[in-house]
Design a protein around this ligand. Structure first.
Ligand code: ATP
Ligand code: MG
Length: 412
């Protein structure tokens, strides 16, 4: 992609309400633009990263045998009455009515709709197990939208649901999703801790959260210094210095950002919404369900929070909007122009996402923008271009070297 054509509205100053580093950088680097409190436009560069994260999620969920569908955001009240959540959900549910005064909500989550989808088709154990997922915009009228995409009122989530004939089979899905989540977050460059959580609003039997340790996290995690015990403080009630309930070690606390959340729902929705199947013994049983949420837009935010300095982002390779950023110092110089165009064409031909700064800006401006945008590999084409030599920078390690332009591919 040519930078002259890419819409990247970088800013000198962050918006006044941006409190945390990632929110400041995402605004300054031209990744997102606020429309209203907790509501954002994903600008081209930010949306490229969203699509990369979504692609990783799709690949990893495909591996465990979950299939993708897309449910509506607009959901009728009747379904929420069936589950009893129309009354229970409270002011976070965005409610509206149509021209005939029928009531609807904008989905904050999709247990009701997915149960309605499945109950008419899955009437026998022969059609189980089943796992379905979607990547979709969710709506929640959060009391305190903040930190940019971290707590939005409209945000992108991957939500998945599993359907089993037995608790043993639910266990299998729970483990498969746990593994998939570990792989997804690792590929997004995030180090996550799995903590046991309170089941809260959704309700059910067992739940775990995937946390990215961070000072700006809104959750407090209690964990043991000696064993793998970790729990959300809301759930454990433990504090710094307490004794670990598992091994007797010392408990510590830290802040975390919740990027994913998995639940064993059991029969909460299938019972109330009458999703039953004929079991092997001929009896009619409610389907045993699990649900698995992952915040796509929050993952983007957490990744920027972890992989940045005050001056700019350094994208983890797999989710970087582009992998290589070519910066010609002076495009009026024929050697530099030819050399950078050749590198650009070569990389493109090899299927590498490459951005070339072909704008007629001063080198200083180009470097400042490049630091902000944070593409992992940078190629600077300067006066040695006549000898086919360029500067190659690995932004993750900070390593710089002068190499032949033809060597670039072997470094990536
Ligand atoms: P939180 O405790 O942060 O409000 P939650 O328990 O309400 O999260 P879930 O309903 O389990 O979250 O949603 C699944 C995932 O969606 C969360 O793990 C998180 O990554 C993401 N998410 C939830 N609420 C928001 C929001 N307001 N903005 C952005 N992402 C969100
Ligand atoms: Mg919430």
């Amino acid at each position: 992609m040519k930078q002259s054509l890419l819409f990247v509205p970088t800013l000198k100053d962050a918006p006044k309400d941006a409190e945390v580093k990632s929110h400041k950088l995402m605004s300054r680097a031209g990744l997102i633009k606020q429309v209203a409190s907790g509501i954002y436009t994903y600008l081209p560069l930010g949306y490229r990263v969203i699509r990369k994260i979504e692609e990783i999620v799709r690949i990893e969920l495909d591996k465990i045998g979950a299939s993708e569908l897309l449910m509506p955001a607009l959901q009728p009240k009747d379904l929420w009455d069936e589950s009893g959540r129309w009354e229970k959900y409270g002011p976070e549910l965005m409610r509206l009515s149509d021209r005939k005064d029928r009531e609807f909500c904008l989905g904050p989550t999709h247990e009701e709709v997915i149960t309605q989808v499945v109950r008419d088709y899955v009437t026998s154990y022969k059609k189980l197990p089943l796992a379905l997922f979607q990547i979709q915009t969710k709506f929640r009228d959060e009391m305190r939208p903040r930190f940019g995409l971290m707590r939005g009122r409209e945000f992108i989530m991957k939500d998945a649901y599993s359907f089993s004939e037995s608790v043993e089979d639910l266990d299998v899905w729970y483990k498969l999703f746990t593994k998939a989540y570990i792989d997804i977050f690792a590929r997004c460059g995030l180090d996550t801790k799995i903590v046991s959580s309170d089941v809260g609003q959704i309700g059910g039997d067992e739940a775990d959260e995937f946390m990215v340790m961070s000072e700006v996290g809104e959750d407090t995690i209690t964990y043991c210094m000696s064993c793998s015990y970790a729990a959300n403080q809301e759930h454990s009630g433990l504090a710094d210095g307490d004794v670990c309930p598992v091994c007797g070690g010392t408990i510590k606390t830290a802040k975390g950002i919740e990027v994913g959340n998995i639940f064993k729902l059991g029969t909460k929705y299938s019972s109330s919404m009458n999703a039953k199947f004929a079991a092997r013994d001929g009896s009619l049983q409610p389907i045993i369900m699990g649900c698995y949420g992952l915040g796509i837009s929050r993952t983007l935010m957490a990744s920027v929070e972890q992989h940045s300095t005050e001056d700019g982002i350094v994208w983890p390779f797999e989710i970087a909007p582009f992998k290589v950023h070519i910066i010609p110092i002076n495009l009026d110089n024929e050697d530099q122009k030819t050399c950078s165009n050749k590198i650009y064409d070569d990389l493109k031909m090899n299927g590498i996402d490459v951005l070339i700064d072909d704008r007629s800006e001063r080198a200083g401006v180009k470097f400042k923008d490049a630091d902000l945008i944070g593409i992992p590999y940078r190629v600077i084409v300067g006066k040695d271009a006549s000898d086919d030599l360029v500067e190659f920078i690995d932004r993750t390690t900070g390593e710089k070297k002068i190499i032949k332009s033809t060597e670039i591919l072997s470094y990536i």
